[in-house]
Design a binder for this molecule. Structure first.
Ligand code: SAM
Length: 452
């Protein structure tokens, strides 16, 4: 076959979309879960092709560190000496070889086609040689060869095996009290594709009704939750019509906790201090509507404030675009939700590439901001009022550390046992609640409740 004809050989749309998304993630720090669905829609890639593109893109993005170690060993050079476009295709090919049931021949030949159509025969030969070498062993054999030994470095071994940066595995290990079994289960759960959870909007549809119309199953803990077995939630009428949304069950439990905590003589002044994009605000506001309360929702980003406005239409909410540390609100709130900006280490499974982008250096700035926000929340509470502080992170600095620091500065504030606010099992010793994917099937949400 002539070179031109080889270049013209069509490549399959699923792998092409996966490659282009990985490229956007690498070149412009894009988010795979925003780029891919849009690309699939624009290119009219649907059904099985869309499912394959999703599996390959998110899988390869999530496993990047593990894949790169294998590619580097097979190519006999560090990955940063490999051209970026070639590396994207090698990651896709290696992911297929190690972590899917796609046959080796198909995984290698489709990768070679992808690179040949764009870059020609030379790079295609390199991809072919590297992937053939990768295909000579399965994932376990590569891990045995490349991971630190279990005996010398258990955390390092588990981090490598379940494709997490080592520092994140260390954070999980600390938060889980050093138990190796728990750490292994947590990393394994975090390495899986997360289930889709729907929230039934209170007052509009019940979880039972939503389960019926969506073909899903009522959730274990949140009375508003439905587990969706598969398919695109955006195609459900209940979502399109605003009766339901997509929201992790852990986040639902946090929003609900704010509404069920005992507050004597509640005057109906409720506040969500960091509300964008509005997932928890929508749930809290729907309950506020039923209870005759009102929600002020503060968000510093104009774009995210717009997203809140879309989800709280027709609900008793005022959206304020402001820095919540100095938003000029009149104190005296009965209930305040502070769902603080955080490292997001508890929802890594929902943002495939995030674990490879974050670094421990992000933490100190976030912790300072969290303490300032929680201090302001305390100031805005009326005596007897409650703030629910939450993060989608199990990092002790962002969770128990922030709460302890603010309690130490504010003798007028007491911590309530948040376990009584969360209808779930395995909630530990309290008084805070830490949820986990491997225990509760939710994101690793943290919440603490403080009464002034
Ligand atoms: C964890 S997210 C909140 C998620 C939201 N509660 C939900 O359930 O959809 C934190 C939000 O706080 C916002 N934020 C960050 N710093 C802020 C500040 N100083 N004041 C107000 N909002 C802030 C971020 O833009 C982000 O939208």
């Amino acid at each position: 076959m002539k070179k031109a004809a080889l270049r013209d050989k069509p490549v399959d749309p699923a792998r092409e979309a996966a490659r282009d998304t990985l490229r956007a993630v690498r070149e412009r720090d894009a988010y795979a879960n925003l780029v891919l669905p849009k690309m699939l829609r624009e290119r009219r890639v649907t059904g099985r092709d869309a499912a394959l593109a999703t599996e390959l893109t998110y899988g390869a993005a999530r496993a990047q560190g593990l894949l790169d170690a294998v590619i580097s060993a097979a190519a006999n050079r560090p990955v940063d000496e490999i051209d970026g476009a070639v590396l994207d295709v090698l990651r896709l090919g290696t992911y297929q070889l190690l972590r899917t049931r796609i046959g080796s021949h198909a995984a290698v030949s489709t990768s070679v086609d992808l690179i040949r159509s764009e870059m020609g025969m030379g790079p295609a030969g390199f991809v072919n040689a590297v992937l053939r070498k990768v295909s000579q062993r399965d994932e376990d054999l590569w891990i045995d060869d490349l991971a630190p030994s279990m005996a010398d470095d258990l955390v390092g071994n588990l981090a490598f095996r379940y494709a997490h940066p080592r520092w994140i595995a260390e954070v999980f290990s600390d938060a889980l009290g050093g138990s190796a079994g728990q750490l292994q289960a947590a990393l394994a759960a975090d390495d899986e594709r997360p289930p889709v959870h729907l929230v039934a909007r209170p007052g509009l549809i019940t979880a039972e009704e939503l389960a019926l119309v969506s073909g899903g199953e009522v959730g274990r803990y949140s009375p508003y939750c439905v587990y969706l077995p598969g398919g695109d939630p955006g195609e459900l009428d209940a979502i399109r019509d605003g009766y339901a949304g997509v929201q992790d069950e852990g986040s639902q439990l946090v929003g609900r906790a704010l509404t069920v905590v005992e507050v004597a003589d509640d005057t109906g002044r409720w506040l969500d201090m960091c509300a964008g994009p509005g997932g928890k605000a929508a749930l809290v506001a729907a309950i506020a509507d039923i209870d005759g309360a009102h929600l002020d929702a503060v968000e510093v980003s104009e774009h995210r404030a717009d997203l809140i406005r879309k989800v709280v239409r027709d609900l008793p909410v005022d959206v304020h675009v402001a820095d919540a540390r100095s938003a000029g609100l009149t104190p005296g709130f009965d209930r305040i939700l502070l769902d603080a900006p955080c490292s997001g280490l508890g929802s890594l499974r929902r943002r495939p590439e995030a674990r490879w982008r974050r670094g421990p250096d992000d933490l100190p700035g976030l912790v300072t901001l969290q303490r300032q926000l929680l201090t302001e929340a305390v100031r805005l509470l009326r005596p007897g009022g409650v703030v629910v502080y939450s993060t989608c992170s199990p990092h002790p600095d962002e969770t128990v550390g922030v709460v302890a620091a603010v309690l130490a500065d504010h003798p007028e504030v007491e911590q309530i046992d948040a376990r009584s606010l969360v209808p779930a099992d395995h909630l530990g010793d309290g008084p805070h609640v830490q949820l986990w994917p491997h225990i509760h099937g939710t994101d690793a949400m943290f919440l603490a409740a403080l009464r002034r």
